[in-house]
Design a protein around this ligand. Structure first.
Ligand code: HEC
Length: 140
């Protein structure tokens, strides 16, 4: 993981805002791809190549902004378990990075079926972390 944007000097509210911003960009990049995988919109190779590259590039950014001391300070959906189970949280982060790298690679082949499978796999790794570590409602 790259220590971009996070350090001991960063204020908790800034770290929280930063990780939420990155996550929102991740969500925007992922949205059209999952819609394609689910057959809701037509498959578009160019969009998948572009969005999967964006995702692959930025998906390693948010994790360091869950550093100790950023548990609170602004409304956040981060579960406190992130800090008590930091090893497991990191495993989820590593998994999603691998899934994103895989999708970016497969996307270039244009093999629609394989691409959709890779999108589905990536979606599973988002969901499994959210199920365990993202709260339904923001807390303070
Ligand atoms: C390692 C755990 C983890 C993984 C993997 C993960 N997320 Fe998140 N995500 C979180 C946490 C925790 C938050 C809440 C952050 C906060 O509020 O401080 C969040 C927030 C978000 C948000 C902000 C929206 C909201 O209201 O909560 C979006 C969008 C999002 N994630 C999309 C994704 C997508 C898409 C993927 C997969 C490509 C993904 N996430 C992978 C942990 C994860």
């Amino acid at each position: 993981m790259v220590a971009a944007g996070a350090s001991a000097q960063v204020k908790p509210e800034d770290a929280i805002g930063y990780r939420q911003s990155v996550m929102n960009v991740v969500g925007h990049a992922f949205g059209p791809m999952i819609s394609m995988a689910q057959g809701k919109i037509p498959y578009n190779k160019d969009v998948v190549v572009k969005n999967s590259n964006v995702l692959d590039t930025i998906i390693d950014l948010p994790w360091t902004s869950f550093a100790p001391g950023t548990e609170k300070g602004a409304p956040t959906k981060a579960s406190m378990k992130i800090w008590s189970e930091s090893e497991k949280f990191k495993e989820h982060a590593d998994k999603v990075q691998q899934a994103a790298a895989n999708l970016a690679k497969v996307a270039k082949t244009g093999d629609e079926k394989a691409v959709k499978t890779a999108i589905g796999e990536l979606g599973k790794s988002c969901k499994s972390c959210h199920d365990d570590y993202r709260l339904k409602e923001a807390r303070n």
